[in-house]
Design a protein around this ligand. Structure first.
Ligand SMILES: [Zn+2]
Length: 140
């Protein structure tokens, strides 16, 4: 384990079946899998549909628009690489396409977030194969 003072950002493990999710953000797109059998959108990426176990799914580009379903403000993240992001507004976002996604809300006014606030996806590039979807409050 690296004991130096440099803090490495925790990265997701990229596999063949989840790579399109992480790569889509490099092109400012939010993509999720849609089951070819039951047609449900699936979050998070998986190797089979959690509803019908069908292994055949198609990647679909979503609008990136949604609203805050619930949230919690994190002051003490479990991984110290996130300390520079505190306070972290960890949120469940209901996308307009009808699926929920867990992410964070960004921006100077993020602590003023309330349930139902409209949000839009923005993408946080971590390296050449990973850009995570985050959400920004949409002013109404
Ligand atoms: Zn299915």
């Amino acid at each position: 384990m690296d004991q130096s003072n440099s803090i490495q950002t925790a990265l997701p493990r990229v596999c063949d079946w989840n790579a399109p999710f992480f790569a889509a953000g490099l092109f400012d797109q939010l993509k999720l899998q849609r089951c070819d059998s039951c047609s449900r959108l699936i979050y998070y990426p998986r190797i089979a549909c959690p509803y019908c176990m069908c292994p055949d799914m198609t990647w679909e580009t979503l609008s990136g628009d949604g609203s805050v379903y619930s949230y919690s403000i994190v002051w003490r993240p479990q991984d110290r690489s996130f300390m520079d992001q505190v306070p972290i507004v960890l949120a469940v976002i209901s996308l307009v396409e009808g699926v929920q996604i867990v992410s964070t809300v960004l921006g100077e006014t993020r602590q003023n977030v309330t349930i139902g606030d409209p949000v839009r996806a923005v993408f946080h590039k971590l390296n050449n194969s990973i850009a995570l979807p985050k959400f920004q409050l949409v002013k109404s």
